[in-house]
Design a protein around this ligand. Structure first.
Ligand code: NAP
Length: 430
């Protein structure tokens, strides 16, 4: 074993940080043996020195001064498990500038600034690891970086947000409304007090930006990704989805096109036989297609302190080994700036519409005409029972693959038809 220990500075001692610190302190001998060098937790930056922690830690290790972890020359590796854009982006930049290797679980920073930070790391001849930023404990980044590197990645489709998967699962199984299912998820510890990031699809968008950037080695920013949350999904949609042979999932999808890539996050009807339709509860699953390997499915716990710490500490051991050998063990990334994201209107997808109309003659013909004029071909058309009180019926229409722009125009034009009360739901069919 190398004589000089590898000193680690940690930022954050919350859900993930306390598990990382705990594992480093309780399994030090085993981890150090695997790393080939003693791993030493040297300093921990927090905001509150008095707060009760999920791990027993020497008070002397804690600090409120960022310079103690970012600029102390005795610290070799910065592990950031705090979260949020600023000040963490600046902290990572400072650590890299000071010649420290960096490991982060921060999806926001990696999604928005990952390519620049990776470039800066190459410039300083240090490594930047971020396995935990996507998919918690599921080995995704290392799989792309090493095991799949012989491939041209064609597409990646994922259920990458455990909170929404739990919520949609409860709406499907128990007929709960969105707000009831979110409250249940909060009580079970699967949703934050403010669930906007998850329910609105923002979290999945950050993760997809990272996955797409790594899969294709291009810069895909979160704001270039089409995003729609699960707010519009209603309990009745699950009933119709089941009848039609689908589950409803929040899907993050990216696909290669000549000179461009498609990248979108939205709820979708997924055929029941597709592996992503069977992802249960707060689990995550990522379905990858490469030209050599074919299809690969990675499934596991996409969040939680312990699975996420597994990824962080795994990165640390890998990094320690490569430092000891004096090489960067994994290939670094280079990002092609010339490849852009396909505008959503140009994406081709199937769709599901739920439309409330007057129960009278001529309505179907009017709706059929809108679809025909927009060049959208109908795949199935179901009329549900009449609503006795107001003499309306619900129509459920699914389409063949069509341009998103045409599907949206059809949606707006149908809503404007006199006998149409509402296009109550529009979902893409995966
Ligand atoms: N939790 C998960 O399941 C999970 C899964 C995958 C990735 N991640 C990522 O892991 C990171 C940490 O998540 P978490 O759930 O552990 O968060 P958390 O429980 O809220 O803990 C955050 C920690 O960071 C510290 N912190 C925050 N801002 C700070 C600042 N400006 N200066 C110093 N310390 C600061 C906090 O200090 P105080 O305790 O003193 O307030 C706290 O200890 C995030 O990037 C998150 O996206 C989390």
């Amino acid at each position: 074993m190398a004589e000089k220990p590898l000193n680690v500075g940690l930022i954050g001692l919350g859900t993930v940080g306390s598990q990382v610190a705990g594992r480093l302190m309780t399994a030090q001998a085993q981890l150090s043996r695997r790393a080939g060098v003693e791993l030493c937790l040297k300093r921990v930056l927090v905001r509150d020195l008095k707060k009760r922690r999920g791990v027993e830690i020497e008070p002397d290790l804690l600090t409120l001064d960022p310079a103690d972890v970012l600029e102390d020359p005795a610290i070799d590796v910065l592990v950031e498990v705090a979260g949020g854009d600023e000040p963490m982006r600046s902290y990572l930049e400072r650590a890299i500038a000071a010649g420290k290797h960096v490991i982060t679980a921060n999806k926001v920073v990696m999604a928005k600034h990952g390519p620049e930070l990776l470039d800066a790391a190459v410039g300083k001849n240090v490594d930047l690891y971020f396995e935990a930023a996507v998919g918690g404990g599921i080995p995704l980044i290392s799989t792309f970086r090493t095991d799949l590197q012989a491939n041209r990645i064609e597409r990646v489709s994922a259920v990458i947000n455990g909170t929404t998967n739990y919520v949609l699962g409860r709406m499907a199984a128990a007929g709960l409304s969105l707000s009831q299912a979110v409250s249940e998820a909060q009580a079970a510890g699967y949703a934050e007090a403010d669930p906007t990031d998850d329910v609105g699809g923002y979290d999945a968008t950050y993760k997809l930006a990272i996955l797409a950037s790594i899969a294709y080695e291009i810069k895909v920013r979160p704001d270039e990704i089409f995003r729609e949350g699960i707010e519009g999904v209603e309990p009745v949609d699950f009933r119709y989805a089941r009848e039609l042979g689908y589950a409803i999932k929040l899907i993050a999808h990216t696909q290669r096109h000549p000179g461009r890539v498609e990248a979108r996050v939205h709820p979708a009807m997924v055929p029941l036989e597709h592996p992503l339709a069977r992802v249960e509860g707060a689990e995550n699953a990522v379905f990858v297609e490469g030209d050599l390997v074919g299809q690969v499915l990675l499934v596991g716990q996409g969040a939680g302190g312990r699975p996420t710490a597994s990824a962080v500490v795994g990165d640390l051991i890998d990094l320690a080994r490569s430092i000891r050998r004096g090489v960067q063990s994994r290939p670094s990334f280079s990002f092609d700036d010339r490849i852009g994201v396909v505008p959503m209107g140009e994406v081709v997808t199937r769709a599901y519409y739920r439309i409330r109309v007057d129960d009278r003659a001529g309505v179907l013909a009017a709706i059929g005409q809108v679809f025909a004029e927009e060049g959208v071909s109908i795949s199935s058309f179901i009329q549900k029972d009449a609503w006795s009180q107001d003499q309306t019926v619900e129509l459920v229409v699914t389409t063949h693959p069509s341009l998103e722009a045409s599907l949206q125009r059809a949606r707006v034009r149908m809503a404007a038809l006199e006998p149409v009360h509402a296009v109550s739901s529009f979902l893409r069919v995966f």
